[in-house]
Design a protein around this ligand. Structure first.
Ligand SMILES: [Zn+2]
Length: 134
């Protein structure tokens, strides 16, 4: 029972992208930060949770051919730096597209997908990836 309620509590932050907004300077951080690196002390107690829509633009990308064993079924894959509409830049995998379809400046949106599978325990990890907005 304890395990189930723990999982339930973790659900919201795992299945949506939650960042933090500094109410002192309005900058948004993802992953969340407890202290704004710009405002430091002035941001204490002013970092508020904010939903990240998950839409953004590809700033740069690279096609990755070498992959660790857990990712073996999905190579090669594209790893991109994405500037989210809320401001933060994050690295994410682009799925559902051929590498040739991806360009700098392409619009993307986040989706929740299987990240990896632990062969021994059978545990499947999910997380956000990105697809091209069509
Ligand atoms: Zn700030």
């Amino acid at each position: 029972m304890g395990e189930l309620s723990r999982m339930w509590r973790e659900m919201p932050s795992r299945y949506r992208m939650e960042g933090r907004k500094c109410e002192n300077c309005s900058r948004v951080y993802f992953p969340p930060r407890d202290i704004c690196p710009v405002c430091h002390r002035d941001s204490i107690g002013k970092m508020k949770p904010v939903d990240i829509a998950g839409n953004g633009e590809i700033i740069s990308y690279t096609v990755v051919h070498e992959t660790p064993p857990a990712f073996i079924r999905q190579k090669p894959y594209v790893l991109a730096i994405i500037k989210l509409d809320e401001g933060p830049m994050i690295t994410g995998q682009i799925v559902d597209s051929e590498p040739e379809e991806i360009k700098m400046g392409s619009r993307v949106k986040s989706v929740f997908r299987r990240i990896s599978e632990d062969g021994k325990s059978g545990v499947i990890h999910y997380g956000y990836k990105f697809t091209l907005e069509k």
